[in-house]
Design a protein around this ligand. Structure first.
Ligand code: AHM
Ligand code: MG
Length: 333
């Protein structure tokens, strides 16, 4: 097999499709390098003394793990000095992180969930990093939170890394989705799957059913119909998977189809769902659409949602197109 590295892929993509300017290429390579470092720390586990809680809370009031904080620092440090960014924002930081004055300022803005799947960090279940890239608004002087509040359709790149049995990096720059596997001996990302495609139909769904008593009727109807199996209205049996790391659930869907849901529910009407629009829903929706799937918040296309706050939460329905369309239709009926 002829090995194509991430660098070679990015350079060739630029040459063929003119879709990855040099600064964006640098950005992606720097993020990929940071993911390599995070992968290494995750892989050390107890030996690296990185497990357990850090004794602090993030802006959403969630307990931070040592690895959450470490991953956040790795991404910040890696991306500060290159001159490709104007600012960063992270699920783990209350406010945005402008590039320090001592470094040149670039035209891109990077958002990330440094380590997704908090509840799985200490139990050796796959976790990952999710990132999203926006362009700074024209004429922006000093970046503010407002500059980040662009709908997902404005993303110029998005990706995620999964730290699992293999470490993989899945990437889109708006021209399909490609998967790279980390060669742990060589320390390099190797292109292992071109043009990932999510099948339009599926028999697999992912939702945390322990919340079912709180769901709204469209979600209950949709899940009940699947559970009814071959003798129910859907006339087929479905299978369920829930890893509790969005990044890993989405990766499975990229590999073999399925629908992933984290709906809003009746517990707290102020809180539309659990997942974050800017760090989780938008990048994953960009990737899923680029792989032929669909993503909505139950009412509208996710990438059209106009953000109003950096840390805003949103209901998520994404994956195989026909299923996402069905559950979205149930919300409209
Ligand atoms: P996190 O970013 O703090 O890890 O939270 C997001 C995670 C998702 O990865 C996952 O889909 C979800 O929370 C799991 O939620 P639950 O604990 O309700 O199963
Ligand atoms: Mg997360």
């Amino acid at each position: 097999m002829k090995r194509v590295s991430l660098t070679q892929y990015l350079v060739e993509e630029q040459r063929l499709n003119n879709s990855i300017p040099a600064e964006l290429r640098l950005l992606i390579e720097v993020v990929a390098r940071a993911c390599k470092t995070i992968s290494h720390a995750v892989g050390k586990g107890a030996l690296g003394e990185v497990l357990g809680s850090a004794g602090s809370e993030n802006i959403q009031g969630e307990v931070q793990k040592k690895l959450d904080i470490l991953s956040n620092e790795i991404l910040l440090e890696a991306n500060e000095w290159g001159g490709h960014l104007a600012a960063m924002a992270s699920e783990e930081m209350e406010t945005i992180h402008p590039i320090p004055n001592r470094y040149p300022m670039g035209e891109y803005m990077l958002l990330f969930d440094p380590l997704d799947g908090s509840s799985n960090i200490d139990v050796n279940v796959s976790i990952g990093t999710i990132f999203s890239v926006l362009k700074a608004p024209e004429g922006m002087a000093a970046p503010t939170e407002q500059d980040f509040l662009q709908p997902g359709s404005k993303q110029v790149a998005a990706g995620y890394a999964v730290y699992g049995p293999q470490t993989v990096l899945v990437l889109t720059t708006g021209n399909g989705v490609n998967c790279f596997t980390l060669d742990r001996e060589m320390g390099s990302w190797v292109l292992t799957q071109r043009n990932m495609q999510i099948p339009a139909d599926t028999k697999e769904f992912a939702i945390n059913t322990s919340n079912s008593r709180h769901w709204y009727p469209p979600v209950t109807r949709y899940v009940d119909e699947m559970l009814a199996g071959v003798t129910g209205p859907r006339q087929k049996d479905f299978n369920m998977r829930w890893i509790a790391s969005m990044v890993t659930d989405v990766h499975r869907i990229l590999c073999r189809g399925g629908i992933f849901m984290y709906p809003a529910d009746k517990r707290d009407t102020e809180k539309p769902g659990k997942l974050r629009l800017m760090y989780e829903a938008n990048p994953m929706s960009f990737i899923v659409e680029q792989a032929g799937g669909a993503s909505t918040d139950g009412k509208q296309r996710m990438l059209d949602v106009q953000p109003t706050a950096l840390h805003q939460r949103v209901a998520v329905f994404l994956g195989s197109k026909n299923e996402v369309e069905r559950v979205t239709r149930y919300h409209q009926e």
